[in-house]
Design a protein around this ligand. Structure first.
Ligand SMILES: [Zn+2]
Length: 65
């Protein structure tokens, strides 16, 4: 795994975890994940995003399948 350069960024850095081959953003709540899905649909015209509970932690991810 490549080591990230740790710079002090002012932007919000979301938590992520590995799910299979993907490095996915973690959402603390179902509401937060659903909101992110709506934003992605609106901003990036991504269709059919679903929210699911992570198998590895107490948080949620978005799935594009
Ligand atoms: Zn996770």
């Amino acid at each position: 795994m490549a080591r990230n350069k740790h710079r002090k960024l002012e932007i919000y850095e979301p938590k992520r975890c590995w799910v299979g081959e993907q490095h996915k953003i973690c959402y603390d709540s179902l509401e937060e994940a659903e909101m992110a899905a709506r934003v992605a649909e609106y901003d990036h015209h991504v269709k059919g995003l679903t929210v699911y509970k992570c198998d590895y932690g107490d948080h949620y991810h978005l799935s594009s399948n």
